[in-house]
Write a protein that binds this ligand. Structure first.
Ligand code: SAH
Length: 499
């Protein structure tokens, strides 16, 4: 959706404009797909069978991990975005290697019964709507199938008997994103604020986005208008001139919002007048920040963030606790589905006052602190120092005295604690896409906490990790949750227990 890269402590894939190729480490069920020069040696000298622009009929067999249709042409795999299983389409080759063909749909000859008209008129143009043409029940089935496919690939012990629940969806699978992060440019005198047209750096101006919540969307647009009225300059990529690159608005459930203006340079002419206008016209704002991100880069955030006005934090209530989020702190984009995820994880851990809980990959402590009142002690670790500071503050603000957060990686801190004699009875892990580090898995297998819950955003690394953890753990259930409707992004909770 946004062009966000993981240079912040965000969870989730790189939402770069090259969504289809932006998949992180360990995510591919088909290694080499995107590494164009790593052709299979035996294939290398085979004549190329297709040409760019060539058209052929294609039957779609299934959906790939990025939501694209998959078919076969002369036994070569074809990736074709926008086509659905069961459909017969006329495909046109857009690119190929000796391993695969990429194509686009010219016409649909036989249409799937699951095909729907996307809710957003720009769904075919921009990223973030890869599944919008698929009926919602079929999207949920696809997300269950993603984990099944990943398990078949990595084959953890007993995987064919795993309890894999149906994906938990949303009643209304739209308007769920609480954060909008939209690039702004002036093209031929016209301000464009929206999303990149797929595969380009051209911005499609979007007054609304069907997956974005109304508050953050409306505020982003208002901010764009105010900046434009104040003659603030917008970034020009070709010339590397102009000031504001991206407008980021994060809204909470109460309709308050935190604004970050990502700029190309620090100097911000007319800053005070702009702040006045913003605060006067947008009463929902709690804080305004400037993040400086020099020059041409695919990263959204630069290293330095300056507060221009207001509160340091945006507050959000999660499961009855009040959490503070600094601009770069990770907060799940979908409040409703995040709450369900946490509730499932908490229930699966089945905690009691004797338990000592580790909240690994803790972010600002949302998960661990939600469980602090159930257990004797919580310890969490997280690599980003600012997030750990936020977690400590969140513990304090909620009057929690039995939770301790430390800066460091799970793979370093967990074994260190074990060495010091700390043997937790329960562990919740919530890693980013690359999944668990080997050293952390070894330490888990050695320490053997009785209760283990794994929250994952990547079925592939999850399946790989389950195959490593099967030495001591069995899987009680896997619960996929649709955190990102209309996109192929996956989220799920796994309950494990010691064999
Ligand atoms: N549990 C939190 C955050 C999950 S996002 C929540 O639900 O909000 C994953 C977090 O893991 C990020 O904050 C990221 O900074 C952190 N992280 C990434 N690699 C890590 C590692 N090796 N060890 C510990 N934390 C890590």
């Amino acid at each position: 959706m946004s062009a966000e890269k993981n240079n912040t402590y965000q969870k989730g894939p790189n939402r770069s404009r090259n969504t289809a190729r932006g998949q992180g480490q360990g995510n591919s069920h088909r290694p080499n797909r995107y590494s164009k020069n790593q052709g299979n040696r035996s294939n290398r000298n085979q004549p190329v069978e297709v040409k760019i622009g060539q058209k052929f009929p294609l039957t779609i067999k299934r959906l790939g991990i990025n939501g694209e249709g998959i078919g076969y042409f002369k036994r070569k795999i074809v990736f074709i975005p926008g086509a659905l299983p069961g459909e017969v389409v006329t495909a046109k080759v857009t690119d190929f290697t000796d391993k695969y063909i990429e194509a686009k749909v010219v016409t649909i000859r036989e249409e799937s019964q699951d095909r729907v008209t996307p809710e957003d008129p720009a769904a075919d143009l921009v990223g973030g709507f890869e599944l919008a043409h698929l009926s919602y029940p079929a999207q949920l089935a696809f997300k269950k199938d993603l984990i099944v496919q990943a398990l078949e690939k990595f084959q953890p012990k007993g995987f064919d008997h795993y309890q894999i629940n149906d994906t938990i969806g949303m009643d209304v699978p739209y308007h769920y994103r609480n954060k909008a992060s939209l690039p702004i440019r002036k093209i031929k005198g016209e301000v464009k604020l929206g999303l990149y047209k797929r595969g380009t750096h051209d911005i499609v101006d979007l007054p609304t986005i069907a997956t974005q919540d109304e508050t953050s969307m409306a505020i982003v647009r208002q901010v764009g208008q105010i900046l434009s009225d104040a003659s603030v300059s917008f970034y020009n990529e070709a010339k590397n001139t102009g000031l504001v690159k991206t407008i980021i608005v994060r809204a909470n459930q109460e309709g308050q919002a935190q604004l970050v203006l990502v700029t190309n340079v620090e100097e911000f002419p007319g800053r005070l007048a702009v702040i006045d206008a913003l605060t006067e016209k947008i009463p929902a704002l709690t804080g305004i920040f400037q993040n400086i991100n020099f020059g041409k880069t695919s990263l959204i955030w630069g290293d330095e963030t300056i507060k221009l006005w207001g509160d340091d934090y945006l507050h959000e209530e999660i499961l009855g606790l009040n959490f503070a989020f600094s601009p770069r702190a990770f907060l799940q984009l979908n409040h409703e589905q995040m709450t369900k995820t946490y509730e499932i994880a908490i229930k699966a851990l089945d905690l009691n006052k004797e338990d000592t809980l580790v909240d690994a990959y803790s972010g600002v402590g949302t998960l661990g602190l939600s469980m602090a009142f159930l257990v004797k002690e919580v310890r969490g670790m997280e690599v980003i120092p600012e997030a750990v500071a936020d977690a400590r503050l969140n513990a304090e603000e909620n009057g929690i005295e039995n939770a301790f957060y430390e800066v460091g990686t799970a793979e370093k801190v967990f074994p260190k604690w074990a060495k010091e004699g700390f043997a937790p009875t329960a562990v919740v892990v919530d890693p980013p896409r690359p999944g668990l580090d080997d050293a952390f898995k070894r330490a888990l297998l050695k320490t053997k906490p009785k209760k283990l819950v794994y929250i994952s955003c990547n079925p592939s690394t999850l399946a790989r990790d389950l195959a490593d953890l099967d030495a001591a753990y069995q899987v009680d259930f896997i619960q996929p949750i649709d955190m990102f409707p209309q996109t192929p992004r996956w989220e799920g909770v796994v309950k494990l227990s010691l064999k």
